[in-house]
Unconditional design. Structure first.
Lengths: 308, 440
């Protein structure tokens, strides 16, 4: 039973990491109704830009590498880079496509993904880098001693970060004017424009927030597995989370992440050996498919009722 | 504005259609490289090392007996379809066509076996590719040099045996094989099972789905199994993730032994402290203090002609592996010239002869400044693998340290399995194996 709980808790904590990536998708979808295929590439770009600045700043400033000043300055510069990327995306990619069918916007994000991947490697190179956040990814000693359950302090840290981020975003969307404007834009571009909502400003804001979320996800995933191209694959982990939690719901991303994380780990440990293992790549999609049959809009997604 | 647009378009079209020019009397090698995409770090390191070695031979020696080496790169992004496209694009370049192909991808190697055999262009799959292609009677144009995966695996078990105090001490031990769930990852399962039977240890195979950026459940299974040793057969992001996951369950890293595609700086640096103590196999070592690497610094980088954007990677595992690729290529060209005419570019078919008659012994290695850098190796018509020697290296937190001498693989076991597998392939394809006694 202790092993079962260890797998379950580990799965839930992994799920929070998936939810972090899923959040970026949700933000863009909420504001534009577009599934942003480039979210994985943005995670990669953000993390690579952060470690890239960490590498070059000591040379520029003449300080020792690895210091707190370099860390925070790199973080600020990476944030700014994501804002610039967001403004450029709105200006060059999205603005010409206002009022176009959503599939057109989706296709544009596919192109954007390839562009961002190339841009990141073009600027910072393709080397694999380590990323140190100063949080040990090792079992919490007192918990291991008392319960025999190994829970990583890094996973707990990531869960807290994701929790804070979700709380802030939930307040932003539900309690602020900008948040309400975002939701109006998502419902209907033309209607939103007709009542004076500045569509371009809204898109810039939401892409910038999604960029910030990508940076947080990139830092956490990068600290875990290294900053490398494979960060773009984190998007694959977020898709079933979105299907399950709903594309438009911030809390849905978290709940979906927890369900997917726990179920994929339990399935891999208890069902995997029966079918040759390695099932955690497709099991979440299988779960999501089953869920689609019962609740197509996801757990927290908005149910659309169209009048005939 | 329109005029500028038209000029740019015309320039782009011209650039696209004009083939690169290669002078007569040069030896052309087409390089299907990958410098972007998920495996760019490996591609840029290995192709960078290989190109730097070619440059060294041109700059220092004036080429191979006066024949300058020439090359161009074609980006594959580690994609099979692009690999085949690059092969087709490059095969007729140069005065004698493409001399040799280094696909640097097991998938591309598989895709090219039939084509390259028909075109008589040898494929060197150094440390990867199809293991049973070591049987040159069935695969005349494929060379899985210097040590294939099965040989490496037997050396790994020998290493573990030595750590346990002898091969007889392996009986009753538990080994977990964590593998990338792909053809590459599964390649060593049969040989591991055969060795488990032979030495009496138990082996549990645990698959990790591509890309392997989440492995918690697999390592919890490791924790439950309580193995004496873990064999890591990963690739790319799977490797640092595995080391981090091992640290999370408190599994000692000095009991994890990786394949050489899990044993570069790119696999350990991202894992930080979690990689300290981890051991990996290798057919080349890390370090810039070998005469061959020092010569590259002196003749290539000092003249600002180096291929590596990040010069600190010179001497890294991948870079040095690229230098090994360069050495075997150049030495095979040299050997072929001895038979087919010094100072003249050779064809792919002649290159095959050169590779089959390659004998890089310790004296040659010393002359090349690569003693201890790579193992001595000797090939033949039947043996397309070579020496099958492996060293083991341990990550000390900052760099790889060699911890063994060259360890011999169990060729008795491996060769038997290779011949069994290649005979099956020959039967399927209707190939009549070459009679090597008639080959000169």
């Amino acid at each position: 039973m202790q092993f079962f709980f260890e797998v379950l808790i580990g799965g839930l904590l992994s799920g929070v990491l998936y939810a972090l990536v899923a959040l970026g998708f949700v933000l863009i979808y909420k504001a534009s109704g577009v599934f942003n295929f480039a979210q994985g590439a943005m995670v990669f770009f953000a993390a690579l830009t952060f470690v890239g600045f960490q590498e070059v700043l000591p040379g520029w400033l003449g300080v020792e590498p690895g210091g707190a000043a370099v860390f925070w300055l790199a973080l600020i510069l990476a944030c700014l880079a994501m804002v610039v990327l967001s403004i450029a995306t709105e200006r060059i990619v999205l603005r010409p496509l206002v009022n176009q069918p959503q599939i057109t916007l989706f296709m544009a994000t596919i192109g954007l993904a390839f562009f961002i991947e190339g841009l990141a490697q073009g600027i910072w190179g393709a080397n694999v880098r380590g990323l140190e956040l100063g949080i040990q990814d090792e079992p919490i000693a007192w918990m291991a001693e008392r319960t025999g359950i190994f829970i990583s302090s890094f996973d707990v840290f990531a869960a807290v970060v994701a929790g804070v981020l979700v709380a802030v975003l939930a307040v932003f969307f539900n309690r602020t004017r900008v948040g309400r404007a975002l939701r109006a834009v998502a419902d209907d571009h033309q209607a939103a424009l007709s009542i004076g909502i500045p569509l371009q400003v809204i898109w810039r804001i939401v892409w910038a927030v999604a960029g910030f979320v990508a940076l947080v996800a990139g830092l956490i995933w990068g600290a875990r597995n290294g900053v490398q191209f494979a960060l773009t694959f984190t998007a694959l982990k977020a898709l079933p989370v979105l299907i399950l939690g709903g594309f438009e719901s911030v809390p849905g991303a978290i709940v979906g992440g927890l369900i997917i994380g726990a179920s994929e780990k339990l399935a891999e440990v208890y069902l995997g050996p029966m079918v040759g293992g390695g099932i955690d790549s497709w099991f979440p999609y299988f779960m999501a498919l089953l869920f689609l049959l019962v609740r197509p809009e996801g757990l927290f997604g908005e149910r659309h009722i169209d009048r005939v | 504005m329109k005029r500028i647009q038209r000029s740019l378009l015309a320039a782009a079209v011209m650039a696209a259609v004009s083939a690169p020019a290669f002078a007569a009397g040069e030896q052309y090698v087409g390089l299907p490289s990958y410098r972007v995409g998920p495996y760019a770090a490996g591609g840029s390191g290995i192709f960078g090392g290989m190109i730097d070695y070619f440059k060294l031979v041109n700059e220092r020696d004036g080429g191979v007996n006066g024949v300058k080496l020439t090359w161009d790169e074609c980006e594959t992004e580690y994609n099979n379809a692009r690999g085949v496209e690059c092969y087709e694009r490059q095969k007729k370049n140069g005065p004698t066509g493409n001399t040799v192909v280094h696909p640097l991808s097991t998938g591309i190697t598989y895709s090219l076996i039939d084509k390259a055999t028909a075109d008589k262009i040898p494929i060197i799959s150094l440390g990867y590719g199809r293991t049973d292609a070591s049987d040159g009677r069935v695969f005349p144009y494929v060379f899985p040099l210097i040590t294939n995966y099965w040989s490496q695996n037997t050396a790994k078990i020998k290493f573990i045996g030595s750590k346990e105090g002898g091969m007889d001490k392996l009986a009753g031990k538990k080994i977990v094989n964590i593998y990338h769930d792909s053809a590459y990852g599964k390649e060593t399962i049969p040989v591991l099972d055969a060795q488990a039977k032979m030495y009496g240890f138990s082996v549990t195979h645990i698959a990790v789905a591509h890309p392997g950026n989440e492995q918690q459940s697999q390592w919890l299974q490791v924790r439950q199994a309580k193995p004496d040793w873990v064999i890591l057969r990963g690739w790319g992001v799977m490797n640092p993730t595995a080391l981090k996951a091992a640290a999370k369950i408190g599994y000692p890293r000095d009991k994890i032994v990786g394949v050489w595609w899990s044993g570069a700086e790119e696999d350990t640096i991202p894992a930080g402290d979690a990689a300290k103590g981890y051991i990996a196999a290798g057919f080349n070592v890390a370090g810039a203090n070998y005469p061959v690497v020092r010569d590259i610094q002196k003749y290539v980088y000092a003249k600002d002609k180096g291929n590596m954007e990040d010069k600190s990677r010179v001497g890294s595992i991948y870079y040095n592996r690229g230098v090994v690729h360069g050495i075997v290529t150049v030495e095979a060209i040299r050997k072929a010239q001895e038979k087919f005419g010094k100072g003249k570019p050779i064809t792919g078919e002649q290159m095959r002869w050169g590779i089959e008659n390659l004998n890089i012994d310790n004296a040659v290695l010393k002359k090349l400044g690569a003693e201890g850098f790579m193992p001595p190796t000797k090939l033949s018509c039947a043996n397309h693998e070579g020496s099958g020697l492996v060293k083991f290296q341990q990550w000390d937190g900052k760099q790889w340290k060699v911890i063994t001498d060259w360890i011999e693989s169990d060729q008795k076991l491996v060769r038997g399995m290779i011949e069994e597998s290649s005979a099956k392939y020959a039967k399927e394809k209707g190939i009549t194996p070459r009679d090597c006694s008639k080959e000169m």
